[in-house]
Design a protein around this ligand. Structure first.
Ligand SMILES: [Zn+2]
Length: 174
């Protein structure tokens, strides 16, 4: 099994979690003690534990806790959950795609109106409610061609769909 963080997944994580959290995930090539990660990164253990807890909140890592019988202190061995990282990335992309679909629906199913005085545009219902009059300059709202916007959304969507298809093919261990 490859113990590196998959590049495609890393790219998606970079959009949602901080660079520090990603470094922590990359440190978990194998299950490790938080103190050891802290030492390798020359950071305080408390800093590393905080970052680990934050990625744990997202379910991207898990830990095993054991009590040292001599000192009575607990030690934590942390493990990266590649399956959950994949799931997290899939959910992220699925969510992006569904938001784009909502926007596409809105853009494609409404006749749009705008005034040359601004970049804003409105659906027909809004234009009718305002007697086709611009609130800013009182000029006439005229039909607005949103086909470029639809095209951009379609392009974004196909990129996210392609990305999702790629990561769906990944085989990751748990
Ligand atoms: Zn105007």
């Amino acid at each position: 099994m490859n113990n590196g963080l998959d590049k495609k997944l890393k790219k998606i994580l970079e959009e949602t979690i901080s660079a520090k959290h990603i470094i922590i995930l990359e440190q978990l090539r194998e299950p490790r003690y938080d103190e050891d990660i802290a030492e390798e990164l020359s950071e305080k253990a408390v800093t590393i534990r905080k970052l680990l807890n934050e990625v744990h909140d997202k379910n991207l890592v898990q830990y095993a806790r054991t009590k040292n019988p001599k000192t009575g202190w607990y030690t934590y061995v942390w493990e990266r959950r590649n399956d959950k990282i994949l799931e997290y990335s899939q959910n992220y992309l699925t969510d992006k795609i569904s938001k784009i679909n909502e926007k596409l629906d809105y853009e494609a199913n409404n006749l749009m109106f705008a005034c040359p005085c601004s970049e804003e545009y409105f659906p027909l219902t809004y234009a009718m409610e305002h007697n086709f009059q611009c609130k800013k300059c009182n000029g006439n709202l005229i039909e607005f061609d949103n086909s470029d916007i639809i095209q951009d959304l379609e392009k974004d969507k196909s990129e996210f769909v392609a990305e999702l298809n790629k990561i769906n093919k990944l085989k990751v261990g748990s």
